[in-house]
Each structure stands twice: as C-alpha cells, then as structure tokens.
Design a protein around this ligand. Structure first.
Ligand SMILES: Nc1ncnc2c1ncn2[C@@H]1O[C@H](COP(=O)(O)OP(=O)(O)OP(=O)(O)O)[C@@H](O)[C@H]1O
Ligand SMILES: [Mg+2]
Length: 379
C-alpha cells in the first residue's frame, strides 16, 4: 500500500514532520519524570507530537511503557475512574507478566486492600483489573489509589511509565471537576516512575485548568506551547514525500505556494497535500491553487457558521487580518483600517485571541487562524 504522508488524523512515522526541538524538550521532561501539559490551538499537532514521543521513548530502552488514555467520552466520574483503571490495568499486564504466580498473588492481595480485584485473562497471559465502586466518594478515592499503586508496582519492578491523558479538559466539565482534578494531582505529585503528559483539543479550558491559582493543577506541570512548523522543515518534508510519490522533487515555488496558502497550519498542509499527492504528476502552481480553492469551498459552510457567531466588531477585525496581517493591533493605522474606536477594537481582539480565532507569527504579525477564510471572503 502507498504511504500516506499526509494523514488528517495523527501523523506518525514518515508522515511526522520534524518537531525535533519539541520532541527533545518533551523527552527531557519525561526522562526526569516531570509532568507536562501541551498547549496549542486546535489541530496544531499536540496528539501527534505526544504519540511520536511516546513511541520513541518506549522503544528506546527496555522496561519503558507508554499508556494513552482519552477522556473524550468521560461525562461522569465513574467513566474517568474506569478509563484510568483500564490504563493502569494495561500497564500492570505488561509490568507483571504471569511468570511468577507468587508475585501476582501478592499484587492481587495488595490491590484488594484498596478495593480492586485482579483477574487472569482468558488467554492466561495477561492480568485484568477491575475496581469496586460503592459510591462517588470511593470512586474518587480509587482514582488516586490506583495511580499511586501503579507508581509503586513500577518502582518494585523497575519500569518507567509515560501516561498520556488526551482530551483532559473534559474533566473540567464534570460536576465534581475540582475533586477529580485534586485526586489525580494527589497521586501524580508524588510519583517517581510515572511522567504524565496532559493534552486536549480545547486550549482555553485546558489552560484554565493549569494556570488558575484556585485549581488543583496550578503550577503542577511544565507548560509546553506548540507553534506552527517552520518553513525549512516543511520544505524537506514535502521534498521527501514528493520523491517517494513521483520519484522527483517538487518545484520550490510550488512548495512555497503550498506553505503560503495554508499558512503552515499543520491540518491544512496535510489537507491540501493529501489532495495534491493523489495526482499522477507533480502539481504545478495552477493545480495547487485550484485544489486549494476546492478545499476552501468545502470549508465554506463551517466558516460561515464561525463568522455568524462573531460580533460585528470581531468580524471586522478578523476579516482585516485575513486580508493583511498586522503587527500592532492597537495602532492608529490598523484602527483606521477597520474603522473602529480603540476600546471597541480592544474588546473584540481580546475575545478573538481567547477563542484562538487569530494567531501571532514569530515576527509578531497577527493573522486569522483559518487560512481558508481569505478565499471565502474574496468570493
Ligand atoms: N509533526 C507533524 N508533521 C506532519 N503533520 C502533522 C504533524 N503534527 C500534526 N500533523 C497533522 O496536523 C493535523 C492535526 O494533528 P493532531 O490531531 O495531532 O493535532 P491536535 O493538536 O492534537 O488536534 P486537536 O486539537 O483536534 O486535538 C493532522 O492532520 C496531523 O496529521
Ligand atoms: Mg488531539
């Protein structure tokens, strides 16, 4: 089967472009058993980065294990607890192979004391884990107890665990949000053998969990902010992918056009390239432009919905930025361009930033987040 260099889901293997610095930084934290939260706007590549690092880290040395839990479906405390128990169960299965029944019996009895039972799987090679649940309080406590137990078993067996918790912001939507956060914090703040990576698709909610002084996770983790991938790295990535697909590299102007049209938004780069890479011949400037127009057309209804939800002043600001990015949003020049008073523009800009509708590039220029907006506005 032909390689998929441009997936719309998690980028892995040869589809994963660079992020060497981010990978190194994340690996350093994990090796120090420090907890990290990955923060970025939607579809920037948080899950891809975390999964790439998890794979590298776990395969680098023996007795390393990466477990991924997604809280997407967690709409009550019981589900959060089940998800964590399931993840810990997978880890115990790996860390405690059924070679030593005495050890397994010891583990079963120590788990029993904190309200969990251990079972053998049908194939007889792995252990299963289930928790007893009497009421909400015990469910809550079981979360910290089982995470602490995981750390203890890892210490006794010489394993290190990377625990990725994706869509972590969903916990903040539960009625008992602070209590659940407090239980997870209670366990992970003392761990020596588990490094947690928290991530999620709602930046605003996730950021609030980790930077609000009144919340349990305040100052608990290293915050890593993920930005767009640099042009130089995308150039290499697209050249490699072109060689693999057509046996020759792409015209450099075509690569630049791809990066300009998509503004290097990782999702849109993959969306455009996945279409271009289906062509029999290497794309030229015209085919690239027309492909981008059809992608923007596909996006039109969601862009219309997005614009309709904005206030008129927000609309004025984001439209101006889509046509021409701006460094100083409070400058007279920009205010004249959008025709707004300074205080009105300030309120609109604040909300647009908060909602990740706009982003700032390395040179300090503010742009509209969605690169398709310009095409829709030009119609
Ligand atoms: N390093 C990378 N190289 C190439 N493509 C990438 C890279 N990182 C992400 N992508 C692509 O960007 C898109 C978004 O990736 P991913 O799902 O990892 O982002 P995310 O930030 O976790 O998204 P969400 O906010 O929805 O959780 C996907 O199409 C993915 O393949
Ligand atoms: Mg994600």
């Amino acid at each position: 089967m032909a390689k998929n260099f441009f997936p719309l889901a998690i980028a892995k293997g040869s589809a994963f472009c660079n992020r060497h610095d981010e990978q190194k930084q994340l690996l350093d934290h994990i090796n120090k058993h420090a907890h990290v939260v990955l923060i970025a706007p939607r579809r920037y590549g948080k899950s891809s980065l975390s999964s790439q690092v998890a794979e590298r880290w776990a395969s680098d040395k023996q007795k390393r294990l990466a477990i991924r839990i997604s809280m997407l479906s967690a709409w009550n405390v019981d589900i959060v607890s089940d998800k964590i128990i399931e993840g810990v169960g997978q880890a115990l299965s790996k860390m405690c192979p059924l070679v030593n029944m005495d050890e397994i019996k010891k583990l079963a009895s120590s788990l029993n004391q904190i309200g969990f039972s251990l079972s053998l799987s049908l194939d007889g090679f792995t252990v299963g884990l289930s928790g007893t649940r009497k009421d909400n309080t015990s469910t809550l406590i079981s979360i910290s107890k089982i995470l602490s137990k995981l750390d203890e078993v890892a210490a006794n067996t010489g394993w290190k665990v990377m625990l990725e918790i994706d869509e972590f912001q969903e916990i903040s939507r539960l009625d008992e949000n602070h209590a659940v956060e407090a239980e997870i914090r209670e366990a992970v703040q003392y761990t020596d053998n588990i490094a947690c990576v928290f991530l999620g698709s709602n930046r605003q909610m996730l950021e609030a969990m980790f930077s609000d002084k009144t919340r349990p996770f305040y100052h608990m983790c290293h915050i890593m902010r993920i930005h767009r991938i640099e042009p130089v790295h995308y150039h290499l990535h697209l050249e490699e992918a072109a060689k693999a697909q057509w046996g020759k590299t792409l015209n450099v102007q075509v690569i630049e056009l791809i990066l300009n049209l998509t503004e290097r938004h990782p999702y849109y780069v993959n969306k455009l390239c996945s279409e271009l890479w289906r062509m029999e011949r290497t794309p030229n400037l015209d085919t690239t432009r027309s492909c981008w127009l059809s992608i923007a057309q596909e996006e039109e209804s969601s862009i219309v919905a997005m614009m309709t939800a904005l206030s008129l002043t927000q609309k004025a600001v984001i439209s101006a930025l889509a046509f021409s990015p701006e460094k100083l949003l409070g400058s007279k020049q920009f205010l004249d361009r959008v025709g707004l008073a300074s205080s009105t523009a300030r309120t609109a800009i604040k909300q647009l930033k908060k909602d990740d509708m706009v982003y700032q590039d390395h040179e300090g220029f503010w742009h509209a987040m969605n690169p398709c907006l310009l095409v829709c506005l030009q119609k």
